[in-house]
Design a protein around this ligand. Structure first.
Ligand code: MLT
Length: 264
């Protein structure tokens, strides 16, 4: 069950053994991991925070960056006495945070899973789009971003066949504080290109992506995977961007195989 503990990040902690940390995407919460939390906590100590400003976590202090989110996660691990290496899983914006965490605390990462994410930074058009979206969110509320994103988060098949998932996601995204959404948009726009880190990744790595992801294309994910020594690339047919919710079993199975590699 999620617990709340002062200024520490709100999080879900379950299971025991080797720690696995799940970092959610934008503008989502740890709820996106519910299937993986259930599957992986049978064998592992699973920790899933709400990043600062999202879900049940308190607001982030400016300036917000992928590094500030990563430092919050490190503080959470310290406060939970998780001092051994973690298997770090990042989805989309959570992947940007995972790569920032790897840059800041390489000694704390024993395995890396990058899901529907990329190492490259935003170009000028993407940066301008983020600034525009942030202004609209601050004026109109977070339903603006929910409406803008829902059609890109899921594959056409999921959009047509899973109305409950669509309405759950729209409600959740609309409920995130506009200031937090705007802060995250600004932080993503200025995030560093972490491509130079990839060749030096020395831990078991899996890259998982939806075959129909239009936010991070399979081509971008394949390119990232091939830049990481020994990384496995798993492409999930029929899934869009939000693979952990659209294809929960396939994602959990890919993660379970990757976790086995960590102990081989
Ligand atoms: C996410 O799913 O976290 C975002 O789409 C990432 C992004 O906008 O770059």
């Amino acid at each position: 069950m999620p617990i709340d503990n002062g200024s520490m990040l709100h999080h879900d902690e379950s299971g025991g053994g080797q720690p696995v940390v799940l970092l959610h995407g934008f503008p989502l919460t740890l709820e996106m991991w519910r299937h993986q939390i259930e599957a992986l906590s049978a064998t592992h100590h699973v920790i899933a925070p709400d990043l600062a400003g999202f879900g049940g976590s308190g607001p982030a202090s400016d300036p917000v960056s992928m590094e500030s989110y990563a430092r919050d996660v490190a503080e959470l691990l310290d406060s939970l006495d998780v001092l051994r290496q973690v298997a770090l899983v990042g989805f989309s914006m959570g992947g940007y945070v995972a790569l920032a965490f790897l840059g800041l605390f390489p000694e704390r990462v024993g395995a890396l899973a990058l899901i529907d994410t990329k190492a490259t930074a935003d170009g000028p058009a993407a940066k301008a789009g983020r600034a525009d979206a942030a202004a609209h969110v601050l004026e109109q509320g977070s339903s603006f971003i929910a409406e803008a994103m829902i059609g890109k988060l899921l594959s056409p098949g999921s959009l047509a066949d899973r109305p409950n998932l669509v309405s759950e996601l729209v409600a959740s995204m609309s409920a995130q504080p506009p200031r937090s959404v705007a802060q995250a948009l600004g932080a993503m726009a200025v995030r560093a290109d972490t491509t130079p880190l990839l060749a030096a990744v020395g831990v078991p790595t899996v890259v998982v992506g939806g075959a129909e992801d239009v936010i991070v294309t399979p081509e971008e994910m394949g390119t990232m995977a091939s830049a990481i020594p020994g990384a496995e690339y798993v492409e999930i047919p029929g899934a869009g961007h939000l693979t952990p919710m659209e294809a929960p079993d396939a994602v959990s199975e890919a993660l379970a195989r990757w976790l086995n590699r960590m102990t081989d």
